[in-house]
Design a protein around this ligand. Structure first.
Ligand code: NAG
Ligand code: NAG
Ligand code: NAG
Length: 160
C-alpha cells in the first residue's frame, strides 16, 4: 500500500463522521458545508511531551486560539478568525506501536456553514500550532493526510 492510500484509509477511518459532510457532490459548486481539515501527525517522542507543546502554543496564541480542555490524551480548543468566524479544534493523542512514539489525530472544523473554498483556513489553524511550537522539526515528524480529508492540504501556503 502506498503512503497516500494508507493515509486515506487511516483518515477515512478516523474522520468518517466529519468526512460525511463532504459527500462528493460535484454540482452545484460551491456547496455550503462545514469545511474542515483532518490530519494525522506522527512523532518519535512521547505523547506527554507533544501534548504539553501543543497546549502551551494554544495558550501563547490566546485569544486567537482558546483552550477549552486538555487531558493527556485529548486537547480541545477553538480558533477565531479576523472576520469573527469560529472553528473547533481537537487533538487526540495515543502512543504508536513503535515504543516511545506518539500519533496525533488533529481536526479543525468550521462551525458556521462555509463554502468548499476556505483558503486552507482549517489546515492553517493546525499547521500554525505545529510550526510555531517547533513540532514540525521534531524527530521522526511525519504528516499523513489528503486533500479529501484536509481542505487546502498541498495547495495552501499558511501565513506564519
Ligand atoms: C471558545 O472557547 C472559549 C474557552 O472555552 C469560550 O469561552 C468561548 O465561548 C468559545 N467560543 C465559541 C464561539 O464557542
Ligand atoms: C464545538 O465545540 C463545542 C465545545 O467543545 C461543542 O459543544 C460543540 O458541539 C462543537 N461543535 C462542533 C460542530 O464540533
Ligand atoms: C517549521 O516551521 C517553521 C516556521 O513556519 C519554518 O520556518 C520551518 O521551515 C519549518 N521546518 C520544516 C522542516 O518544515
Amino acid at each position: 500500500m502506498n503512503t497516500i492510500l494508507l493515509a486515506s484509509a487511516l483518515l477515512l477511518g478516523l474522520f468518517s463522521c466529519s468526512v460525511a459532510f463532504a459527500a462528493p457532490t460535484p454540482f452545484p459548486f460551491p456547496i455550503p458545508y462545514h469545511s474542515f481539515c483532518g490530519t494525522l501527525w506522527l512523532f518519535a517522542k512521547p505523547c506527554a511531551e507533544i501534548s504539553t507543546k501543543i497546549t502551551k502554543q494554544i495558550q501563547v496564541f490566546s485569544p486567537e486560539y482558546m483552550l477549552i480542555a486538555a487531558t493527556p490524551s485529548t486537547i480541545k480548543a477553538n480558533h477565531t478568525s479576523p472576520d469573527g468566524s469560529v472553528q473547533n479544534i481537537s487533538f487526540s493523542l495515543g502512543p504508536t506501536i513503535q515504543s516511545g512514539g506518539c500519533s496525533v489525530s488533529a481536526l479543525s472544523i468550521s462551525l458556521g456553514f462555509t463554502s468548499l473554498l476556505d483558503d486552507g483556513l482549517n489546515y492553517c489553524n493546525l499547521n500554525k500550532l505545529l510550526s510555531a511550537s517547533g513540532l514540525n522539526t521534531s524527530s521522526g515528524f511525519m504528516e499523513l493526510t489528503t486533500e479529501l480529508a484536509c481542505l487546502g492540504y498541498g495547495t495552501t501556503t499558511c501565513k506564519v
